[in-house]
Design a protein around this ligand. Sequence first.
Ligand code: NAD
Length: 355
Amino acid sequence: MSITLSSTDLEHRITQLFISAQCTPEVAQQVAANLVLANLSGHDSHGVGMAPRYVDAMLEGGLDPNAHVAIQVDHGMLLGLNGQTGFGQIVGVEAMHLAFERVSQLGACIMSLANSHHLGRIGHFAEMAVERGWVSLHFVNVLSRPVVAAWQGGDGRYGTNPCCIGIPVGMGDDVREPFVLDFATSRVAQGKMRVAHNEGKSVAPGILIDEHGHPTTRPGVVVVPQSNGGFGALLPFGEHKGFGLAVACELLGGALSGGGTWHRAADAKRAVYNGMLSIVIDPNALGASMSFAQETLAFIDWLRQSPPAPDSQGVVLAGEPERSARAARKKNGIVIDDATWQEIQQAGAKVGLSI
Ligand code: NAD
């Protein structure tokens, strides 16, 4: 059994959950809205299903609901920030606003953010930048549990390290929907395995290995402890190339930000930390305003003229699936599977709230 709720209703209930967990109403609402937007965008892995984990992390002391971003390095275009284990939905947005001030003044900003709690859907930050007509790149590592195997490795060594690139398309009277590429460098996001496991579904071959390093289609291998007390692992996307990008995300998001890389055995803590390196560029400041707008339009139009391959729906550009999902789910509501809803209700019970 699943439950279907409107985005407004769901946001209200999740806001109440976070308020009961000692968040201020403002923080609770901002975090809930971010999670619901992930559901609306079709990414249930980064939606309200994360809320129970956030509540546990607050109760354990690994997530500080009152923390704000702190500036550690402030040097022209360079900003070194610390999220001080605050909500990624709060400190991540604060960090982007600080970066935007620099882009307005200087044309670009290289910003690193260490010690943020889970930043959620990274595309949210790229969407903030493209709304302003700016390009943004994000390289992120995940400090939680080593859930992804190295290419040709037999166990989990690092996280699902997302990479995201947002590019505005066109300008003036001819602004088109932006290109927003935003993905985990594992074959699929870990949260999608949680959702599949909760729904009792198998997943496609080629995504997972079990706790002994053998291929499996059981998503539970990365969700619940296995026969040997350990976990299986997700495989990297794109073979050696995707693995290389994942390592780059770990080194840029973890080592360069100062937040740290993963190089130890897993523990049972519920907090998830992200480190992020972001680069935001104003194309006008690079002297490319007209040519950039014309060339982005020309290339996107050229791609769209491609005939659909047999039995396909034709060319789709990054960002489109999320926009379509938002339109459909705003109209039809958001479906929450039974196991996820029970976890949310249990999280409510932990903080004295009946959801
Ligand atoms: P995914 O595999 O669904 O890929 C999403 C990207 O591919 C989007 O840019 C989408 O527009 C594009 N896309 C989808 N279908 C397409 C098609 N047919 N043609 C062209 N482009 C297409 O995403 P994912 O890897 O499951 O990641 C989901 C979310 O999880 C992302 O928002 C990511 O930021 C987030 N994430 C966050 C963390 C974290 O620790 N904060 C870790 C991993 C992932």
